[in-house]
Ligand binder design. Structure first.
Ligand SMILES: Nc1ncnc2c1ncn2[C@@H]1O[C@H](COP(=O)(O)OP(=O)(O)O)[C@@H](O)[C@H]1O
Ligand SMILES: CC(=O)N[C@@H](CCC(=O)OP(=O)(O)O)C(=O)O
Length: 272
């Protein structure tokens, strides 16, 4: 058990157990060698852990093969009635089940979930403002007690980027948002750490230079990066989610590539 123990002059204070919430992006899932290395490191993590996966790339590929168009706006997919069917098949089906099976093969018991399972991630359809996102949800509630009941059985929950309304409507939800909302909700029970594993070694100061990783991003730095337009596309919701999580109880947040779970990896840390 990874519990932090602090010895003060008044005796021993037991701190909350550490929970790691790890998000893996769709592009990494498709790279067999990198994904295998990532899964090995994930399985080796001690203590309770949760895996959240994306799959945007594969969803785009299948959608286009079927002759439908893909439209993104500020890093989020505009999801019409045809797209949501593909999303459910790809995220909830082939990707989620393959990851769970791979974890089982590595001796790590796991269970694949969408937000509808145990009504674990409740969302609301994104209101139509400047853009109508269609079947896209914003998370409103995470059922932390249900998720904890799985962790307590030593089973790793593996979440796809699918949420569900109270009325039973399945909605596509940005995977980074799902991870951040789970981490926020679990912070009432655990000391929570959030890891975003994606294509790059961290947040880059220069999009052309893969080695220009910014070590620490504070809120002030984040505002500057936004103003200077150093961040774009999928990095916009990713960093927005990071600061939301930091302000809502998540202790530590890291962004990096498939090696992020290794001790010696290069990464960006999000800080106040
Ligand atoms: N400053 C930046 N540093 C790193 N990546 C950036 C930056 N600005 C934009 N990006 C883009 O954001 C992408 C990460 O977002 P996204 O594709 O949604 O990740 P994920 O693979 O987790 O889904 C990177 O692959 C990169 O193309
Ligand atoms: C609403 C929305 O944008 N949902 C995302 C969910 C998948 C995801 O986040 O996948 P990656 O992590 O691989 O980008 C999408 O459909 O692309």
């Amino acid at each position: 058990m990874l519990k932090k123990i602090i010895i003060s002059e008044f005796g021993i204070i037991m701190k909350k157990e550490v929970l790691k919430v790890v998000k893996i992006g769709g592009k990494l899932i498709e790279d067999d060698a990198k994904f295998a290395e990532f899964l090995g490191d994930f399985v080796a993590l001690k203590g309770p852990k949760i895996l959240v996966h994306g799959g945007g790339n594969l969803a785009t590929e299948i959608t286009e093969k079927l002759g439908y168009k893909t439209q993104m706006f500020e890093g989020r997919r505009i999801t019409d009635a045809d797209s949501i069917r593909v999303i459910l098949m790809v995220y909830g089906g082939v990707i989620n089940k393959n990851i769970v099976a791979k974890l089982q093969g590595l001796g790590n018991n796991a269970i694949g979930l969408s937000g509808a399972d145990g009504l674990s991630i409740v969302s609301k359809k994104r209101p139509v403002k400047e853009v109508d996102f269609g079947f896209v949800g914003d998370v409103e509630k995470v059922n932390s007690e249900f998720i904890n009941s799985i962790l307590k059985q030593n089973i790793t929950p593996v979440f796809s980027a699918i949420s569900c309304t109270e009325d039973g409507l399945l909605l596509n939800t940005n995977g980074d948002s799902v991870a951040a909302e789970i981490a926020k909700a679990m912070s009432s029970i655990y000391e929570t750490e959030l890891y975003f594993c994606f294509e790059k070694k961290g947040v880059l100061g220069d999009a052309e230079d893969d080695d220009s990783v910014i070590g620490i991003i504070t809120r002030d730095k984040y505002q500057k990066l936004l103003e200077e337009k150093v961040i774009s596309d999928g990095m916009l919701p990713k960093l927005h989610n990071c600061f939301q999580a930091l302000e809502n109880g998540v202790k530590n947040i890291f962004l990096g590539d498939f090696r992020l779970l290794k001790e010696e990896s290069v990464y960006t840390k999000i800080s106040n």
